[in-house]
Write a protein that binds this ligand. Structure first.
Ligand SMILES: Nc1ncnc2c1ncn2[C@@H]1O[C@H](COP(=O)(O)OP(=O)(O)OP(=O)(O)O)[C@@H](O)[C@H]1O
Ligand SMILES: [Mg+2]
Length: 255
C-alpha cells in the first residue's frame, strides 16, 4: 500500500439533528486501487460520499484531494478536480437517450451551453461532434454501444446502473466513487460489473466502492474500510477485514 495518497478525510463528522452519521472519520484513498467502504445499514456510507462529493457540508473535519483541501466546495468544482460519484438511487435522465446521458456527463468539461443553442457556430458543431465521439467511446468501454439510441428510462435496471457509471467516467475522473453499484443486479450482471470495475482500475482510474455484496467487495478490493455508526472500526486487505471480530459483531448485531 505504498501508492500515493489521492483523497483523504480528517476528523470528518456530520450530524443530522441528534444522529451522528459520521464521527471523526479518517479515510485514506490511495491512487490506482479499488478501495471499499463497507458497514451495516445506516453506518454512514452514503453520508460519507455526500460530504466528500460536496452534496452536503460536514459538521466538522476536512476533505483533501491530492493534498488540497476541498471541504465544502460545490459539487461541480469537486467534479472538475477529478472526483466523480454515482448515486445509490439512480440519477439518470430517463427521457434522454443513452448517448445523451453520457454526453451530459462530459458537459461539465466542455464549453458551456451548446445543448440549448439554436444558432450553431462552427465551433459548436465541432465541439458537439467531439463530445458525441468521446461519449460513444465510453459506451464501448462499458459494453453499451449497441444501445446508444435507446431511451435511458426503458433500459433494464442493471443497464441503467452501468450507464450511470459510463456517465461518471465521461467526466474523466481520477477517482470514481460508486454507491452500491451491485444493488438490484442479478449474479450474471454482478459478475460483469466486477470485471468492469477492474477494467476501470486498469485504465488508471481509482475506485472508491460502497457495496453490500460482500462477495463482490472481497473479490475485487485492494483495501477495505469498515464503518459502523459513523466510526471506522476496521481496515486492511479483504482477508484481514473478513476475520476481524469487530466487523463480524457489527454485521451480526444488525439482525
Ligand atoms: N438527510 C438526512 N437527514 C436525517 N438523517 C439522515 C440523513 N441522511 C442520513 N441520515 C441518517 O444518517 C445515518 C447514516 O445514513 P447513511 O445513509 O449515510 O447510511 P448508509 O451507510 O449509506 O446506509 P445504507 O447501507 O442503508 O445505504 C442514518 O442514521 C440515517 O438515518
Ligand atoms: Mg447508503
Amino acid at each position: 500500500m505504498n501508492s500515493p495518497l489521492l483523497m483523504n478525510t480528517r476528523n470528518l463528522s456530520r450530524d443530522f439533528g441528534g444522529v451522528r452519521a459520521l464521527r471523526d472519520l479518517d479515510l485514506d484513498v490511495r491512487q490506482g486501487l479499488i478501495q471499499a467502504v463497507i458497514g451495516p445499514n445506516g453506518a454512514g456510507k452514503t453520508t460519507l460520499f455526500n460530504v466528500i462529493s460536496g452534496v452536503i457540508v460536514p459538521t466538522g473535519g476536512s476533505v483533501f484531494f491530492r493534498g488540497e483541501e476541498i471541504t465544502g466546495l460545490p459539487t461541480h468544482k469537486i467534479a472538475q478536480k477529478g472526483l466523480t460519484r454515482t448515486f445509490q438511487n439512480l440519477q439518470l435522465f430517463a427521457d434522454m437517450t443513452v448517448l445523451e446521458n453520457v454526453m451530459v456527463g462530459m458537459h461539465c468539461m466542455s464549453k458551456g451551453g451548446f445543448f440549448a443553442s439554436a444558432f450553431k457556430a462552427p465551433w459548436v458543431i465541432a465541439e458537439e461532434r467531439r463530445v458525441r465521439d468521446e461519449s460513444m467511446e465510453w459506451l464501448r468501454f462499458v459494453g453499451m454501444e449497441d444501445h446508444s439510441a435507446t431511451v435511458a428510462g426503458s433500459l433494464p435496471f442493471g443497464s441503467q446502473r452501468i450507464l450511470e457509471m459510463a456517465r461518471g467516467l465521461a467526466s474523466n475522473p481520477e477517482l470514481l466513487m460508486l454507491d452500491e453499484p451491485a444493488a438490484g443486479l442479478n449474479s450474471r450482471e454482478t459478475g460483469d460489473l466486477a470485471r468492469l470495475i477492474i477494467r476501470i482500475k486498469e485504465s488508471g482510474v481509482s475506485v472508491l466502492l460502497v457495496e453490500h455484496d460482500m462477495e463482490l467487495v472481497m473479490s475485487i478490493s485492494d483495501h477495505v474500510t469498515v464503518i459502523d455508526q459513523g466510526h471506522k472500526i476496521a481496515e486492511g486487505d479483504p482477508e484481514t477485514v473478513r476475520s476481524d471480530e469487530k466487523v463480524l459483531k457489527a454485521y451480526l448485531g444488525e439482525e
